[in-house]
Structure formats: C-alpha cells, structure tokens
Design a protein around this ligand. Structure first.
Ligand SMILES: [Zn+2]
Length: 96
C-alpha cells in the first residue's frame, strides 16, 4: 500500500475513522488518505487521534500488507478517542 495524498477535510456527512471505527459527526476535520494497493485506489478517513498515533509509529507498522478497518485497536499502546465524550466535544477537539 502506498499513500498518494493526504488532505485535511471537513467532512460533510458522518464518517467512520478507518483506524478506530469511531464515527465522527458532520463538520469534523479529518485526514483523508488516498492510497494505492496494486491496481486499487482506496480512500479512507482518519481522525486526529489515529493520525497522531500513526505519525509516531509509522516506522513500526507494516503498511505493505494493507491496513484493515479498525486495525489500530489491536495495538497495545493505542488509546482510542473513546465514546465518553459528546459528539460536539469530539468535533471541537479534532484539528481545531
Ligand atoms: Zn480514529
């Protein structure tokens, strides 16, 4: 898997983060990552929590084998941005 572009976008409808499966509300700023895997182009949305984690651990993760939906939850030291916060709080804290 090879990343082609990364763009910060304000989502126009609720999206699930690829890394942690958390659903973020419309208006949240997320990182849209386009990648190519063989002949397939994929587009996924990442929340800031996952994005920050990836930035720190990029060299430890084997992206060549692809990255499944919610895979970050399998990492021992990954702490998801959990559901104790309201949707509004999630929205405000991310990339603002
Ligand atoms: Zn996430």
């Amino acid at each position: 898997m090879q990343v082609i572009t990364e763009t910060k976008v304000k989502i126009r409808k609720p999206r699930h983060c690829w890394g942690c499966k958390t659903e973020y509300p419309q208006g949240t700023l997320m990182n849209r990552v386009a990648s190519v895997d063989g002949a397939t182009i994929n587009s996924a949305y990442w929340c800031k929590t996952c994005d920050d984690y990836l930035a720190k651990h990029r060299h430890e993760i084997d992206f060549d084998n692809g990255f499944d939906y919610g895979d970050l939850l399998n990492f021992d030291d990954y702490i998801p941005f959990n559901g104790n916060k309201s949707k509004q709080e999630l929205k405000n804290e991310h990339y603002n």
